[in-house]
Design a protein. Structure first.
Length: 700
C-alpha cells in the first residue's frame, strides 16, 4: 500500500527531511502526510472589497488607487503610511522597513494590487508590509492562485520545508497516488443524498483547490467522514454495551420512595426534574445497566434527583452510594441528604480519608453486611477495602472532577452485575461535545431552575470601583446576608497567589473589622481540618465573609450567601466563573456577582467577562467557552484523545456533527452490524482503522 510507505521514500524527501518530519509533525508515512491538511489558504483568485473586510489575520487581495503616501514618526516609530481606496472604502497601508525603497517605488494616484494580512489597530483595519503590484493590464491577467498553507516548524523550515516546500512535497505525493489508493469509504447513496464530494476528489481538493468553494466542499466531505465514523464507533459500542451488560431490575417503587415523596420532599419538583426521574426509572427497569449523565446548570437541583434515585435502589433491596470530588462537598451532601431524609429510617453514612479508626471500621462493617443503605463519600469509596453487600447504584457528582480510572472502579464494586451508574455534571457541556465525549452515555438535561430564583446580577468592576464594591458588601451584610471573596490559585504561581490572597484578607480585615465583622479564610495550603472548621463557621453564619481560593468552586451550598466577589476575574476560565457565580443566588433574595479585573484586558479576557455579564445561561456560556478555548481545553476533556480531530472542529462544525450522528443512528437502526452490501464500505473502513482509532475509555 503506497499510503503505508515510509515518508523517506517520497521523491524530494530523503532520510534527513523524513527524520525531521517524524520528529516535528509525527509524519511517518505517505498516509500521514496526506492528512496533514492545510490550516488555511491564500486566496489570490479574487479581489476583496475594503468595506467587507472582517477577519483580523486574514490575507486579502485588494485593488485600488493609492491616495496618500507619507513618512511619519521618528526613530523606531518611523513608518511609511499610505491609503488605498477602492469603490467601497479606504484602508491604511503601513511599512516599517525598507521605507525609502518602498516610497520610491510607489506613486500616488496610480492603481495597485495590494496583498497582505489584515491587522486591527486602534479599532481600525490596516495592512502592514503589503505586497504591491501596479494594476497594469498585464499584471491583472496573470493567473491568480489559491494556495494551501501548512503548519510547519522552525526545524522544518531549516530543512527547506517551509510553506512552499511543504506545498511542493504535497504535490509530489498527490501525483504519486492513484484513485485506487484512496478508495471511497462512504456509500454512494449517502454521498448523493448529502451532496458530498467523493473521497479521492476531496483529498485532491483539500490540498489544491481552485478556489474557496472547492476547498470548502472538500473540507465538508472530510469533516463529515471524520465525525461520522467516530459516531458510528461510539454508537456501536454503546449498543454493544447495552446488549451485553445486563443490569439489576428495580421493578418497584416502595415505601422509601413513596413516603419521601409524600412526607419529606420540601418542595414541588420542577418539570425538568420529574422528566429526568422518569427517564431514570425507565433505565432502571430495563434489565440493562444504566449509564446516564444528568446535565444541569448550577443550582438546577440535581442532588434531590440523585437522592430519589437512590431511594429507588433501596426500595428494591439494594445499597446506593454517592461519590463527590471533595471532602467539603461530600460532607455537605451527607448533612443535606440526612436532613432531607429525616426520620424516614434510612441508614446513611459518610466515608472519607479523614474518617479513621473505630468509626471507619464500623462503617465498613455495615456496608459489608448491608446494614448501611446509603453511603456518601469521597474517593475513599473506591478503595479496595470498601466492600458492599449489594451495591445497586453509584452516583457520581461533578463527574468531570474524577479521572476515568476512578470512575470505572465504582463499576466493580458489586458482585455479579455492575451497579447502575448515574453521573452528574454541573458544567454544562456544549451539545457537540456532549455528543462526542458522552456519546455513548444516555444524557438527561435538567433545563429548568427551581421557581422563585431571582437571576443573579453580574457586574464588571475595576480597582477604581473598590469602594463601591465594599459598599455593596456592607449593604448585603447589613441585611444579614453573607459574602464570598474568591482569589485565583493556579498552581505554577502558587506562592504569589497565596500572597495575593493573604494581603487581600488583611485589607478586608481592616475594612471590615472585628467584632462587627467575622471573616473565614480557606485556601489549598491549609490542613483539611482547619479548612473544614472555617467552612463550617461560614455555613453556620458565624462569619459574614468567606475569603477563599477556588476550593469553594465545587458544589458548596450556603443559600444565605448573596454576594460573590471574584478578584482577578480575568484569570479564570468561563466555566470556572460560572461555577463560582452559582454559589450565590440559591435563596429567594437578589444576589450579586462582581467581577474585579485590572484595567487592561486581553481580547479573550474581555469576551469572557462580557459573556458573564451578559448571560446566566450555562449552556450559552459553555458554547462561548468552546469557541474561545477550543474543545481540548474544556474542563474534563483533557484526557480524552478522541477530541483530536484531523479536520473537524467541534466549535464550528455542529451542523455537520448533528447530521453525521443522525445518519449514523438511522443506519445502525436498519443494520446494526453493517452487514448489508450497501454498508460494506463502512464496515471495511471501520475494521481497517479499528486499531489506530483510540477507543475512548468509558466514562463510568
Ligand atoms: P445542583 O444542581 O447545583 O447540584 P442542588 O441540588 O444543590 O443544585 O440544588 C440547589 C438548591 O435548590 C438546593 O438548596 C435545593 O434544596 C434546591 N432545590 C432543588 N430542587 C428544588 C425545587 N424543585 N424547588 C425548590 N428548590 C429546589
Ligand atoms: Mg450539586
Amino acid at each position: 500500500m503506497p499510503l503505508d510507505t515510509t515518508i523517506e521514500y517520497l521523491k524530494g524527501v530523503g532520510p534527513q527531511r523524513a527524520d525531521t518530519l517524524k520528529k516535528e509533525l509525527f509524519i511517518f508515512t505517505f498516509g500521514d502526510l496526506l492528512v496533514h491538511y492545510p490550516f488555511r489558504y491564500i486566496d489570490r483568485t479574487r479581489f476583496h472589497t475594503i468595506r467587507d473586510l472582517q477577519t483580523e489575520g486574514e490575507q486579502v487581495q485588494l485593488r485600488g488607487i493609492l491616495r496618500r503616501l507619507e513618512v511619519l514618526g521618528e526613530g523606531r516609530a518611523k513608518r511609511l503610511t499610505a491609503t488605498l481606496r477602492d469603490e467601497s472604502g479606504v484602508i491604511e497601508l503601513v511599512w516599517f522597513q525598507g521605507i525609502q525603497w518602498v516610497e520610491k517605488s510607489l506613486m500616488v494616484g496610480k492603481e495597485y494590487i495590494a496583498f497582505g494580512r489584515i491587522n486591527a489597530f486602534n479599532g481600525r483595519f490596516n495592512i502592514t508590509h503589503p505586497e504591491m503590484e501596479e494594476a497594469t493590464p498585464d499584471n491583472l491577467q496573470k493567473p491568480r492562485t489559491y494556495e494551501p498553507v501548512y503548519s510547519t516548524t522552525d526545524k522544518l523550515v531549516q530543512k527547506g520545508l517551509d510553506a512552499k516546500g511543504l506545498r511542493k512535497t504535497m504535490r509530489t505525493l498527490l501525483d504519486v497516488l492513484k484513485p485506487a489508493d484512496l478508495p471511497e469509504t462512504l456509500p454512494d447513496n449517502l454521498l448523493e443524498a448529502y451532496r458530498l464530494m467523493g473521497r479521492w476528489e476531496a483529498l485532491q481538493k483539500i490540498h489544491f483547490p481552485e478556489n474557496q468553494q472547492e476547498s470548502e466542499a472538500a473540507a465538508r466531505r472530510l469533516k463529515f467522514e471524520e465525525l461520522f465514523f467516530l459516531q458510528l464507533r461510539i454508537l456501536q459500542s454503546r449498543q454493544l454495551r447495552k446488549d451485553t451488560v445486563k443490569g439489576f431490575v428495580f421493578e418497584q417503587l416502595g415505601d422509601f420512595f413513596n413516603r419521601f415523596y409524600a412526607e419529606k420532599l420540601p418542595f414541588e419538583l420542577t418539570g425538568a426534574q420529574k422528566r429526568v426521574l422518569k427517564e431514570i426509572r425507565v433505565d432502571l427497569r430495563a434489565g440493562r445497566q444504566m449509564n446516564r449523565l444528568v446535565q444541569g446548570d448550577v443550582g438546577s437541583g440535581k442532588t434531590v434527583v440523585a437522592l430519589i434515585t437512590m431511594l429507588m435502589a433501596l426500595d428494591n433491596g439494594f445499597q446506593a452510594c454517592l461519590m463527590a470530588p471533595t471532602e467539603i462537598l461530600a460532607q455537605q451532601h451527607f448533612i443535606g441528604l440526612s436532613a432531607l431524609l429525616g426520620d424516614l429510617g434510612v441508614n446513611i453514612g459518610f466515608l472519607s480519608g479523614s474518617i479513621k479508626g473505630k468509626k471507619r471500621e464500623a462503617i465498613l462493617a455495615q456496608l459489608c453486611t448491608g446494614e448501611m443503605q446509603i453511603v456518601i463519600g469521597t474517593h475513599a469509596l473506591i478503595e479496595d477495602w470498601v466492600v458492599f453487600q449489594n451495591l445497586g447504584l453509584s452516583v457520581i457528582d461533578e463527574q468531570h472532577r474524577f479521572g476515568v480510572e476512578q470512575r470505572s472502579k465504582l463499576w466493580r464494586k458489586s458482585q455479579g452485575l455492575p451497579p447502575h451508574v448515574l453521573v452528574m455534571t454541573a458544567t454544562p457541556i456544549p451539545r457537540t461535545l456532549a455528543m462526542t465525549l458522552y456519546g455513548d452515555l444516555d444524557v438527561s438535561v435538567i433545563d429548568e431552575l427551581p421557581p422563585g430564583r431571582k437571576p443573579i446580577t453580574t457586574m464588571h468592576k475595576t480597582e477604581a470601583h473598590r469602594l463601591r464594591v465594599q459598599g455593596i458588601m456592607r449593604e448585603e451584610i447589613a441585611k444579614g446576608r453573607q459574602v464570598y471573596v474568591v482569589y485565583p490559585m493556579i498552581e505554577e504561581t502558587e506562592k504569589m497567589d497565596l500572597q495575593n490572597l493573604m494581603s487581600g484578607y488583611e485589607a478586608l480585615s481592616r475594612d471590615f473589622p472585628m467584632p462587627e465583622y467575622q471573616i473565614s479564610i480557606v485556601h489549598g495550603k491549609m490542613k483539611a481540618a482547619d479548612k473544614e472548621y472555617e467552612m463550617q463557621r461560614f455555613v453556620r453564619q458565624e462569619t459574614q465573609i468567606m475569603v477563599a481560593t477556588t476550593v469553594i468552586e465545587v458544589g458548596v451550598n450556603v443559600p444565605n450567601a448573596s454576594v460573590m466577589v471574584i478578584e482577578n476575574a480575568e484569570r479564570f476560565g468561563l466555566s470556572q466563573l460560572h461555577q463560582l457565580r452559582g454559589r450565590v443566588g440559591r435563596g429567594a433574595e437578589q444576589s450579586f456577582c462582581i467581577l474585579l479585573t485590572g484595567h487592561k484586558l486581553s481580547a479573550d479576557g474581555r469576551e469572557r467577562i462580557q459573556t458573564m455579564v451578559g448571560t446566566n445561561d450555562g449552556f450559552v456560556i459553555a458554547e462561548a467557552d468552546l469557541r474561545l478555548r477550543g474543545p481540548g481545553n474544556i474542563e474534563g476533556t483533557q484526557q480524552s484523545g478522541m477530541l483530536h480531530f484531523r479536520i473537524a472542529d467541534l466549535a464550528r462544525d455542529g451542523q455537520i456533527l448533528t447530521a453525521a450522528r443522525e445518519i449514523a443512528i438511522t443506519i445502525l437502526q436498519q443494520d446494526p452490524g453493517l452487514r448489508t452490501p450497501a454498508y460494506m464500505r463502512l464496515r471495511q473502513y471501520l475494521d481497517a482503522t479499528a486499531k489506530e482509532s483510540k477507543i475512548w475509555s468509558r466514562i463510568s
